[in-house]
Design a protein around this ligand. Structure first.
Ligand code: COA
Length: 451
């Protein structure tokens, strides 16, 4: 993962402010508490007393300021489950970090429990000695043993996690909209469908946001659950120095019948040009909705703000409707477009039975897995109403690595394309096209959150 904690926005991490640094070292235990390698480095669970040293190691790995303040430690402590927090200790110091937490992942036709991985770092003094491999292989085996069907993470760099069986499962696109070119009606004064938009105070966001997000999650494959802490961070109730919080404006859309159907959180800079014209960039930090009407109304709202020259978004679905709401879609320019959510299948049967498929069909998949967790041959019988999956001795239709299955799983990757790339082997002619029709989804998956 790229970040030190579940985050309310997808902006890049910032350095911790560093007054009153806390320094501590970990006493080498007389006997290993975890698993000690031939190099003497021990992979073990972190204790509460060791947590400041573990956090210092995160700062080193993420090139943040090395001194970690009490405020930082306290601010982050609530997000840590020490039972799922690992590190590597060498000569009495943490030199690698790793943490997991339970998450709900939205998949086509349902949701699945996921083993989310975060806070992955190895100090530069100890890189490329297999410490990540040791932490991750042990942790994924334990997650599979515990019955979790999939694992998820957001990868800082593309080449890190493919070797562990993860595949890029949902991409993200961020946009910049030049407001002078949108062609939107300059006299726009609110939704034209009988709905209304209101600004929402933070206590109301905390009350109504989670329920709205749960409804959004159910309809957005790739989205992940937000716990209470997520909302506390997003609304400033918990503040962490390395994640400076500036209160955004929150606005909500309600339909003509009064139903809450969407929320947006946005902030602005404060610029005037030499001709005394306001020249602000509005950043849309959040925009999630459960109806096209709410989505249209909230985009029109932010794209009609007086004093704003452009709107920038955080990572959105690659097929976001935003550009096409605008009479001139070219007013919206892609800023970044990249892999974002990575997914690893741990339990093929549970994962494949956990989603629905575009068309009813049957496929035999030979799954290869360097870690052995998902390896085997499976028959999938699936369709729009559900699926069954079981190990089989029948001839395979498609042979693929666990990472490719992860990339296909949420409906984003194309089996035909992967076959053309040589990443998926078609053992029966036409099987890639059949897999394409089953796995692909009309709308692309999207994960709005960095975690
Ligand atoms: C990414 C990171 C955790 C890797 O840790 P590590 O202990 O060096 O990894 P390992 O030694 O277990 O490497 C296993 C394999 O992956 C490769 N690998 C690891 N990180 C890689 C990277 N960033 N780019 C390319 N290959 C990488 C190694 O070369 C090695 O390959 P090999 O098996 O062919 O020899 C570490 O470099 C790091 O902390 N980077 C900065 C912070 C970061 O990006 N964290 C990840 C957040 S999502």
């Amino acid at each position: 993962m790229t970040r030190d904690d579940a985050q309310p926005t997808s902006s890049e991490p910032t350095d911790p402010a560093t007054p009153s640094p806390v320094t501590s070292t970990v006493s080498p235990p007389s006997a290993a508490r975890g698993v000690r390698g031939a190099d003497g480095i021990e992979i073990r669970k972190v204790t509460e007393a060791e947590y400041p040293d573990w956090m210092r190691a995160i700062a080193v790995g993420f090139l943040s300021a090395p001194a970690v303040t009490e405020a930082e430690i306290e601010g982050r402590r609530g997000g840590i489950d020490f039972d799922r927090t690992l590190g590597a200790v060498d000569a009495g110091r943490y030199v690698a970090t790793y943490r997991s937490f339970p998450q709900t992942l939205s998949v086509p036709g349902g949701t699945l429990p996921s083993h989310a991985v975060t806070n992955v770092t190895v100090s530069p003094t100890h890189r490329r000695r297999g410490l990540l491999s040791r932490m991750m292989t042990g942790d994924l085996a334990a997650a599979k043993e515990a019955g979790t069907p999939v694992s998820t993470l957001v990868s800082a760099e593309y080449p890190i996690y493919g070797r562990f069986g993860y595949g890029p499962a949902a991409r993200a696109t961020s946009w910049s909209v030049e407001l002078s070119r949108t062609g939107l009606d300059s006299r726009w004064s609110g939704p034209r469908d009988g709905g209304r938009i209101d600004l929402v105070p933070l206590d109301e966001v905390r009350k109504t946001g989670p329920e709205l997000y749960t409804r959004f999650l159910a309809r957005q494959p790739g989205a992940v659950s937000r716990d209470e802490r997520w909302w506390q961070l997003a609304t400033g109730e918990i503040q962490v120095p390395s994640m400076p919080w500036n209160e955004p404006f929150w606005a909500a859309y309600r339909s003509a019948s009064g139903e809450l159907e969407g929320m947006v959180a946005y902030s602005s800079d404060h610029k005037w040009d030499e001709a005394k014209q306001p020249d602000n960039t509005v950043t849309v930090e959040q925009l999630f909705t459960v109806s096209p009407e709410a989505e249209r109304a909230l985009w029109e709202y932010v794209c009609s703000l007086d004093w704003a020259s452009r709107v920038r978004t955080e990572g959105r679905a690659p097929d976001d409707l935003l550009p096409d709401y605008l009479p001139d879609p070219r007013a919206a320019r892609v800023r970044t477009h990249s892999d974002f959510l990575w997914l690893r299948i741990l339990d093929v049967v549970r994962a494949l039975e956990g989603r629905t498929y575009g068309v009813a069909d049957s496929l035999v998949l030979e799954v290869r897995d360097g870690l052995g967790l998902a390896a085997g041959r499976f028959r999938l019988d699936g369709g729009p109403d559900g699926a069954s999956c079981a190990p089989t001795g029948d001839a395979a239709d498609l042979t693929l690595d666990a990472g490719e299955l992860g990339a296909l799983y949420l409906g984003d990757a194309s089996a035909v394309r992967l076959a053309a790339l040589g990443s998926v082997r078609e053992d029966r002619p036409g099987a890639a096209a059949a897999a394409e029709l089953m796995f692909r989804t009309a709308r692309r998956p999207w994960c709005p959150d960095v975690f």
